[in-house]
Design a protein around this ligand. Structure first.
Ligand SMILES: Nc1nc2c(ncn2[C@@H]2O[C@H](COP(=O)(O)OP(=O)(O)O)[C@@H](O)[C@H]2O)c(=O)[nH]1
Ligand SMILES: [Mg+2]
Length: 345
C-alpha cells in the first residue's frame, strides 16, 4: 500500500460502539455512504441547524482519518479541472475522494459551478466520489464554519481524501485553507498579478505549489519566477518540508500523478514530523474560538436572548452592575443554555 491516507474502508463495518439502529437515520445514511444523506446533512450544517449539529456530534469522533487537501488559486487557474483530474488519478489508485467546491459569490447557479458539475459528471455513478458546492449565500453563520463542518462529515463518511477547492481571496478562504492538512496553491502563466497574490499571503500557506496550464508557452517563465520566490522565501526550510513546485496541465493530464504522489508524501511527512499534531491543535483552537465567537454574537442578536441582555444593560446603566460582571454573566448564562439544550436532546 502506498504511503498516505488509509485504504478504502467502508466505515459502517469498522465503526465501534453504537449499532446503526441506535443512530439517527441521517448519521446511518452518511455512514452507509448514501450520497443523499450526506448531501442532506451538509445542507443542515450549511443552514446551521440543530439537527445538523446533533448528527455532527455523533460523526465527529469517527473522523480524523481522511487526508484533507485545500486547493486554492485565482479564478480561472484551472482548479476545478485539476481537482477532477486528481480525483480520476486517486480513483485509479483505489482511493475514495470527496470534493467541496467553495464559491464565495452568492450565485450557486453561476457558470463556474455548473462547469464544475459537468466536469465531474464522469464520477456521477461512482460512490467513491462525492462532489458538493458551497456558497456564501447557502451558509448561515459563516462559509468557513460550514465548509469545515462538511469536511468533518465527509471524513467520518470514510472518504480517503477530502479536497476543498477555494478561490484564493478573502479571509474566509484563508480560514478554510488553514484547516486543511495539505495546501496546494495553483498558479497559472499569464496572470500578471498572480505572483503578487502569492506574496500577499498565499505563499506562507502553500505546502505544494502547482503551475497549471503548463501546455501554455509562457509556463516556463512563471515556473522560474515562482522557483526564485520560493528560494528567497525561508519558510520552506523552517519546518523541514521542502515545498515542491510541480507543473501540470489539467487538460492534458500531465503532472497529475506527481501531484498525487507529493500530496501523499506530504501526508506521510506530516505524521512522521509531528507537524500534523501541531496543525490539528492550531486548527482546533481556531475553530473552537470562531464558533464560540459566533455563538456569543448570535446570542446577543437573538430576540429570545435579548430580554436577559437588555436587563443586564439596564443594570449597567443604573450602575448596579459593572460592565465586566455583566459580560461575564452573559457568557456564563450562555454555557448554562448550551447544557440545558444538551439535556433536552
Ligand atoms: N490550456 C489549459 N487550459 C486549462 C487547463 N486547466 C484548465 N484549463 C481551462 O481553464 C478554464 C478555467 O478552468 P476551471 O477549472 O474552471 O478553473 P477554476 O476557476 O480555477 O476552477 C477552463 O476553460 C479550462 O478548460 C490546462 O491545464 N491548460
Ligand atoms: Mg472552479
Amino acid at each position: 500500500m502506498p504511503a498516505g491516507p488509509r485504504s478504502k474502508v467502508m466505515p459502517s463495518a469498522s465503526v465501534p460502539g453504537s449499532s446503526p439502529r441506535e443512530r439517527s437515520d441521517l448519521v446511518a445514511g452518511v455512514l452507509d455512504r448514501k450520497p443523499s444523506a450526506t448531501a442532506r446533512l451538509i445542507t443542515a450544517l450549511e443552514n446551521n441547524r440543530e439537527d445538523g449539529r446533533a448528527a455532527l456530534r455523533e460523526l465527529y469522533p469517527l473522523g480524523g482519518r481522511a487526508h484533507i487537501v485545500g486547493l486554492t488559486g485565482a479564478p480561472g487557474s484551472g482548479k476545478s479541472t485539476l481537482v477532477a483530474s486528481l480525483a480520476r488519478c486517486l480513483r485509479k489508485r483505489g482511493r475514495t475522494v470527496a470534493i467541496i467546491a467553495v464559491d464565495p459569490s452568492s450565485s450557486l447557479s453561476g457558470g463556474a459551478i455548473l462547469g464544475d458539475r459537468i466536469r465531474m459528471q464522469e464520477h456521477a455513478l461512482d460512490d467513491g466520489v462525492f462532489v458538493r458546492s458551497m456558497s456564501t449565500r447557502g451558509a448561515l453563520g459563516g462559509l468557513s464554519r460550514a465548509t469545515v463542518d462538511a469536511a468533518c462529515v465527509l471524513d467520518a463518511a470514510g472518504f480517503d481524501y477530502v479536497i476543498i477547492e477555494t478561490v484564493g481571496v478573502g479571509q474566509a478562504e484563508i480560514d478554510i485553507v488553514r484547516c486543511a492538512q495539505t495546501v496546494v496553491v495553483v498558479s497559472v502563466p499569464g496572470l500578471g498579478d498572480d505572483i503578487q497574490t502569492l506574496k500577499a499571503g498565499l505563499l506562507e500557506v502553500a505546502d505544494i505549489h502547482v503551475v497549471n496550464k503548463a501546455d501554455r508557452p509562457d509556463a516556463d517563465k512563471t515556473l522560474a519566477e515562482l522557483r526564485m520566490l520560493l528560494t528567497l522565501d525561508g519558510s520552506s526550510n523552517s519546518t523541514g518540508w521542502r515545498i515542491p513546485l510541480i507543473s501540470t496541465s489539467a487538460l492534458a493530464g500531465s503532472g497529475i500523478e506527481e501531484l498525487a504522489d507529493d500530496i501523499d508524501r506530504h501526508a506521510t511527512w506530516l505524521r512522521e514530523s509531528g507537524e500534523l499534531a501541531r496543525r490539528e491543535e492550531a486548527a482546533a483552537i481556531a475553530r473552537v474560538s470562531a464558533i464560540a465567537r459566533d455563538l456569543i454574537s448570535t446570542r446577543l442578536g437573538s430576540p429570545a436572548e435579548r430580554g436577559g441582555f437588555v436587563s443586564l444593560v439596564h443594570e449597567v446603566v443604573d450602575r448596579t452592575l459593572d460592565p465586566h460582571t455583566a459580560a461575564q454573566r452573559l457568557i456564563v448564562s450562555g454555557s448554562d443554555l448550551t447544557r440545558s439544550t444538551e439535556e433536552r436532546r
